[in-house]
Design a protein around this ligand. Structure first.
Ligand code: GLC
Length: 652
């Protein structure tokens, strides 16, 4: 059952699509203090908290403070309170009580889960205006399902988007892209897409293509299509200010850009230098921007990634002026401890400055609203602009879309990737721990940059990360400019890495089936193991193993030089130790803890009792996988017990 409680005058976010009338009752479980703008609950010692989507730290969120405030922050450290997304749904679960709560409000919200007071859960608001949904049910899975039902079905990408995608900031020319594809094909490493980062554009202008480096783009797209390779360009939130640039001029003429209090358009800066931000919250601006994707769709493009949409701001013209003026004061002075730090703060305050998010306004549902009050809706509505347009302009065919920034609701229009992680072992674990929380909040088509975006990757790290990445719907290797090149064909054990890519393709019939079932039944694709074994205390403490779909449990290795790991089995399972799709050993392992060996080229998969895992023969492209020719790894069941989902993979 779901009940809605209304505090203040909430701004509608359109994240819940089912109409639920406000209950006149008092909010249960939490005490509301309107003067402090807070809700508080004393947590039982046994309480665990799950959810909140893309955040730092473990699967059980208890013991830290998380702030919903979409942030462009490339340092995903344990101490961080905000990342790129706000997904304000969580489940409280103790020995006697379980309920879900969705805090639907587009401004800043603080979830202090035992940080200030170890047993107190406080939800703090900048503005105490929120729709709060309380979900009760027979258990955590049922609660998540009910919640997912009211927020609408998750986005479904084309099936080819389950293939491997290679990305790099940046492939600088069509020739470089050709070379990447050639190298994969030469070695027989499967690949379905290559991502185009900002350098495909003409001076970072959205919906343009640099004609020198990518001449005759339409034919280039065709050439890649002929090889069954999809090119996926990036789209950034800021539109370059430049006379004669049609997107800029249309935006000005149509009054589609955000404005300051005095009515002037906000001048911010991102990659192209000075930009205006489209007011994605305004319906006509959304429609206009969404239709702009046609520029590339018309050239044969069929997928995009939306970036810098928190929005990331390098500087605003106004704040930069303040900084330059402020610096004058320090010139020639003997800076002491205080003045030096004040100076450093001033200079260091230029990008993503909170003041800048208070400088501009949106036209939202007939109201003029200052940005910070609806900050967490910006990226969501950029994705929505694209998603709504794709439905209008490509009514039959699915288009790939995922975004960096998000809010619940965006899950209907696209997936997400988890932003600028690093080539760190701890970030494999972060990836593992974020996936179930993303499943809970409806973001099923998601994944992280495999191998890590920033910092230099090592071959063993890439191998181990890939061994988890082959289970995430979005499976993309991406790295930043200036870091070590990270394409699989550049490393020593090419054969071992190729086998991992092939294993991914062998798993696609299973992953796609489980993905589609999760979409259709509002289920989770990734689950902490205690969700299915609620009474099992060891399972409750297990934060580095996951169920992926109905049939398997994965236990990724995320420690340097580890040649195996402890695995906890809540029930008897069948271990498959894969070296490749057709080279693996199997062993029945009893419930309990086991040290399970896994050399660097081996992946551990556990088939659950009464379940089957279909495996295909890998192909070079998703489209060539023969789903009628599957083998099954069954554990105490028949292959016919497995419900395989198939479709044409492209129609809506
Ligand atoms: C941002 C994105 C990253 C991209 C880079 C350049 O940092 O998160 O994925 O490569 O911008 O576009």
């Amino acid at each position: 059952m779901i009940k809605k409680y209304v505090f203040g005058n909430p701004i509608e976010t359109d994240s819940v699509i089912e109409k639920i009338d406000a209950s006149g009752e008092k909010l249960p479980y939490f005490d509301a203090d309107e003067s402090k703008k807070e809700l508080t609950l004393t947590m039982d010692r046994s309480a665990r908290i799950y959810g909140l989507g893309e955040t730092v730290r473990g699967i059980n969120k208890r013991g830290y403070i998380y702030v919903s405030n979409n942030s462009d922050d490339p340092f995903h450290l344990e101490e961080k309170k905000s990342l790129y997304a706000s997904q304000n749904f969580f489940v409280y679960w103790d020995k006697d009580l379980v309920f879900g709560m969705y805090v639907d409000t587009p401004g800043r919200v603080t979830f202090d889960i035992g940080y200030t007071e170890i047993n107190t859960f406080t939800i703090g608001f900048d503005d105490f205006d929120a729709d709060i949904y309380v979900v009760t049910g027979s258990g955590v899975t049922d609660i998540v399902r009910q919640f997912r039902k009211i927020i609408g079905k998750s986005y479904v990408p084309p099936r080819w988007a389950f293939g491997f995608g290679q990305c790099r900031w940046s492939y600088m020319s069509a020739d470089e892209v050709r070379e990447v594809v050639d190298n994969y094909d030469k070695l027989g490493m499967p690949i379905d897409s290559v991502y185009l980062d900002i350098d495909y554009m003409e001076r970072y202008k959205d919906f343009t293509v640099d004609n020198e480096r990518f001449p005759d783009f339409e034919n280039f797209v065709k050439e890649m299509k002929a090889r069954n390779i999809h090119l996926i360009p990036i789209i950034d939130a800021g539109v370059k200010i430049e006379e004669g640039y049609d997107v800029y001029e249309e935006g000005v003429a149509g009054d589609y850009f955000v404005k300051k209090e005095n009515g002037d358009r906000l001048v911010a800066a991102v990659w192209p230098g000075k930009v205006h931000f489209p007011d994605f919250l305004k319906e006509d601006a959304r429609k206009w921007f969404g239709d702009k994707y046609n520029v590339l769709l018309d050239k044969g493009i069929d997928g995009f990634w939306n970036d810098m949409n928190e929005p990331a701001i390098f500087y605003t013209e106004d704040h930069l002026k303040e900084v330059f003026d402020g610096i004058e004061e320090y010139k020639g002075r003997n800076l002491d401890i205080r003045s030096f730090f004040a100076f450093k703060d001033l200079v260091g305050s230029i990008d993503n400055n909170p003041e800048d998010y208070r400088r501009f306004y949106h036209e939202y549902k007939g109201q003029r609203i200052r940005h910070d009050k609806v900050h967490n809706l910006f990226g969501y509505n950029m994705t929505r602009a694209a998603g709504e347009a794709f439905k209008r302009n490509s009514p039959d065919k699915r288009i790939l879309m995922f975004s960096r920034s998000s809010y619940i609701g965006a899950h209907r229009y696209g997936g997400i990737w988890c932003g600028d992680n690093r080539s760190w072992w701890s970030h494999i674990l972060l990836n593992v721990q974020q996936m179930p929380a993303l499943s809970m909040t409806g973001f099923l088509y998601s994944g992280a940059d495999i191998g890590g975006f920033s910092a230099d990757v090592t071959e063993d790290l890439l191998m181990r990360w890939t061994q988890f990445g082959i289970f995430t719907p979005l499976f993309r290797n991406h790295s930043a400019e200036g870091t070590r090149r990270q394409e699989y064909y550049r490393f020593t054990d090419k054969d071992g890495l190729k086998k991992m890519l092939q294993l991914r393709y062998a798993l696609i019939p299973y992953l796609y089936s489980e993905f589609m079932k999760a979409v259709n039944n509002d289920d989770m694709l990734f689950k902490p193991i205690c969700f299915d074994f609620p009474e099992d205390e060891m399972a409750q403490d297990t934060e580095d193993q996951l169920f992926v779909g109905e049939s398997i449990m994965v236990a990724p290795i995320y420690r340097q030089n580890a040649r195996g790991r402890y695995v906890y089995l809540p029930e008897t399972m069948k271990l498959l130790r894969f070296r490749s799709y057709d080279d693996y050993d199997t062993e029945i392992l009893d419930a309990g803890s086991h040290y399970v060996k896994a050399e660097l080229d081996e992946v551990l998969v556990f088939v659950r009792k009464g379940h089957a895992l279909p495996l295909a023969k890998p192909a070079a492209r998703v489209g060539n996988i023969d789903t009628s020719d599957l083998s099954y790894e069954c554990f105490e069941c028949e292959s016919t017990d497995y419900e395989l989902y198939t479709d044409d993979g492209i129609s809506r």
